[in-house]
Design a protein around this ligand. Structure first.
Ligand SMILES: O=C(O)C1=C[C@@H](OP(=O)(O)O)[C@@H](O)[C@H](O)C1
Ligand SMILES: C=C(OP(=O)(O)O)C(=O)O
Length: 433
């Protein structure tokens, strides 16, 4: 098991150029592959989830050239759905943004496609998407448990018409349907049944589709109309914005122990809902300034607890859970049931690990309540093979500034891919995050 020991940190100051957004990287790769023409994607994220999408596209016969730093990709669009004469097996790791959109997109073509992944992917639901695809002509066989990957698609095109989809578990099901819709045989009218979680991710989807020339009629996120006959056309070159969820760790560090941190790559112009994370820090008492493509956070005084519905920003909301260790009062993060079906059961994992550093925690079915300890305890934190657990708990290093070490186990990787210059006051050593 890999482990990473974080030395105590007392002060942070600096600037960060963010890596590309995961959500945009995987959407743009898939759309570029389906589009007519050649697309140059710049500032692509180099991460496991993007590798899974790239590997799958290669197996599907999509031609692309990846630069040696893996951040620029020149994709030759196929101009149509993916077809195969031989049964294909695609391994998609634990990448929701690959599994769900590919599941729908592969129904557009002809052939047999089996979608597999890591064991945790087999516990992450996909039934709501499959149930929407079946009336459109998809034939799906679950290979293990009903409603979960792995699964085999026996594809022969998707009809259009009226379809409804549930949105209360993951917005990625609706995203998947929307991205495939323009290539259905007739107009597609999608009705969202009940609540739609993680709504801002739908804006990322609609924005990406628009970049490739497809217009969707959006009636208040409850009904969507996609006219048939629209084709994805390459915009030529497209740059991936910085990752707003990754920005949250650096901005939270500033709110806890700034100084000032400015992140470049995400700002008021960003299409990513997670930019609103900075507004939560402002509610907690940090000083926040937005530019069109940057966000700056400074500490101006002690942080206060908040009680908020963070359903719209489930990934960045995790960072609030560890920031709460440094806020006076009890923080409550509400309406995040779907934390339970992500890379791990994040409500359970977060509650368990926060208790290890001394916090008092109430784990509800769809909320978490955190009261910080007087002094954060050094601890060995289990990250459940979840990158966000590792990144969130890196913030605990600020609480051990006057005590021994905090150790993060199991998932050292994310810390190597982003670099920030964190000063350790007063000696101003370079540190890692
Ligand atoms: O569409 C996307 O890019 C994502 C949507 C969100 O998932 P849910 O819609 O399942 O909450 C988010 O948690 C995930 O990291 C990325
Ligand atoms: C939930 C996440 O990923 P995905 O659903 O795309 O696998 C995440 O990155 O926090």
């Amino acid at each position: 098991m890999d482990s990473l020991t974080l030395n105590p940190l007392a002060f942070v100051n600096g600037e960060v150029q963010l890596p590309g957004s995961k959500s945009l990287s995987n959407r743009l790769l898939l759309l570029a592959a389906l589009a007519e023409g050649e697309t140059r994607i710049t500032n692509l994220l180099d991460s496991d989830d993007v590798k899974h999408m790239l590997n799958a596209l290669a197996l599907l016969g999509v031609q692309y050239e990846l630069s040696t730093d893996r951040r620029t990709c020149l994709v030759q669009g196929t101009g149509g759905p993916f077809n195969t004469d031989q049964a294909l097996d695609l391994f998609l790791g634990n990448a929701g943004t690959a599994m769900r959109p590919l599941c729908a997109a592969l129904c557009l073509g002809h052939g047999e496609f089996t979608l597999t992944g890591e064991p945790r992917m087999y516990e992450r639901p996909i039934r709501d998407l499959v149930d929407a695809l079946i009336p459109l002509g998809a034939e799906v066989t679950y290979l293990k448990e009903e409603g979960f990957p792995p699964l085999t698609l026996h594809s022969r095109g998707l009809k259009g018409g009226h379809v409804s989809i549930r949105g209360n578990i993951s917005s990625q099901f609706l995203t998947a349907l929307l991205m495939s819709a323009p290539m259905a045989e007739e107009d597609l009218i999608i009705q969202v049944d009940g609540e739609l979680v993680s709504k801002p991710y739908i804006d990322i989807t609609l924005h990406s589709m628009q970049l490739f020339g497809v217009i969707v009629e959006n009636d208040n996120y409850q009904r969507f109309v996609i006219k048939a006959g629209q084709r994805y056309r390459s915009p030529g070159e497209v740059m991936v914005e910085g990752d707003a969820s990754s920005a949250s760790y650096f901005l939270a560090a500033a709110a806890i122990a700034g100084g000032t941190v400015r992140v470049y790559g995400v700002g008021s112009d960003s299409v990513q809902g997670d930019k609103a994370f900075a507004d939560v820090l402002a509610k907690m008492g940090a000083d926040v300034t937005y530019g069109p493509t940057w966000i700056e956070v400074s500490k101006t005084g002690p942080l206060q607890a908040v009680d908020l519905d963070l359903n719209a920003i489930p990934d960045a909301a995790m960072t609030i859970a560890t920031t709460a260790l440094f806020a006076s009062g009890t923080t409550c993060i509400r309406n995040v049931y779907n934390w339970r079906v992500k890379e791990t059961d994040r409500l359970y994992a977060m509650a368990t690990e926060l208790r290890k550093v001394g916090a008092e925690v109430v784990e509800g079915d769809d909320f978490i309540e955190i009261t910080p300890p007087k002094q954060i305890r050094p601890a060995s934190i289990d990250t459940y093979d979840d990158h966000r657990m590792a990144m969130c708990f890196s913030l605990a290093a600020f609480g051990t500034a006057l005590s021994p070490l905090t150790t993060l186990a199991a998932h050292a990787k994310p810390f190597q891919s982003i670099s920030i210059c964190l000063d350790r006051s007063p000696s101003a050593d370079k540190a890692n995050a």
